[in-house]
Design a protein around this ligand. Structure first.
Ligand SMILES: [Mn+2]
Length: 249
């Protein structure tokens, strides 16, 4: 089994991503993949809020081209948002894009090829015992009863070519959060793992500081909760916390 690394919610901090990957030996100083057969999953939210969203997208796309079997990217709500604003700027996406940290410099630089790439991103993956996703939400189950079916449903929704309503629904579902906390959280996590397989949900999206109720600058690493069924990896970089690259295996 290859070692598995995860990182999430880059939010435009492309240099932090580069530095973290470099420290782990996954890339060299010229953005070349040096990770061999190790696996890297980026759990969404490359763009918005921070300084260089397009730089983060360019870096992960380059690594994916160099090592397509090793480097994987899941869709976060900000990928759906970027796509929605690009394709349907006059729709509701036009009202929520900027308040959610959208930058014109990122949007202007998106190519047609980037749009097609964003459109076909999977929303979930299972790697050995780990069930990987962007959001700490059980809305994913509304799209199907297996990881493959859920990804296929979302892809078909995003390639339907309508007025943006289907894309809006995907975006809205991906903004849900905190389904694995509180008195019912452990059961929700257990039900999701039962339905989709795996022993541990790994997510970004909801920053660890908000889950621990402490400032992001005091966050030091990923946390396990819901009796160990769930791991949160978003250190809250845009909120003054660390960008965490976490080795799961
Ligand atoms: Mn998110």
């Amino acid at each position: 089994m290859s070692s598995l690394y995860v990182v999430s919610d880059i939010h435009g901090y492309a240099q932090d991503l580069r530095d973290s990957l470099g420290e782990a030996g996954l890339v060299d100083g010229e953005d070349r993949w040096t990770g061999g057969d190790r696996l890297l999953y980026v759990l969404g939210d490359l763009m918005d809020r921070g300084p260089d969203g397009i730089g983060a997208l360019r870096l992960v796309r380059s690594l994916q081209r160099q090592a397509p079997e090793q480097v994987h990217v899941l869709m976060g709500n900000h990928e759906a948002l970027a796509l929605g604003y690009k394709l349907f700027p006059q729709s509701r996406f036009g009202q929520v894009w900027q308040p959610n940290g959208g930058h014109a410099s990122d949007q202007d630089a998106l190519t047609d090829d980037d749009v097609e790439w964003l459109r076909q991103l999977p929303v979930m993956a299972r790697v050995d015992e780990f069930l990987l996703m962007h959001s700490d939400a059980n809305d994913y189950l509304e799209w199907g009863g297996s990881v493959e079916e859920i990804n296929a449903t979302v892809t078909s929704l995003l390639t339907g070519g309508d007025d943006g309503e289907a894309l809006w629904e995907v975006f809205a579902s991906l903004t849900a959060r905190y389904d694995f906390t509180g008195p019912d959280g452990q059961r929700a996590a257990h039900d999701m793992l039962n339905a989709l397989g795996g022993e541990c949900i790994v997510h970004g999206h909801s920053i660890i500081g908000s889950l621990l109720n402490k400032p992001s600058d005091q966050v030091e690493g990923a946390i396990a909760y819901a009796d160990g069924l769930v791991v949160a990896i978003d250190g809250g970089r845009y909120d003054g916390g660390p960008l965490l690259l976490v080795q799961l295996s």
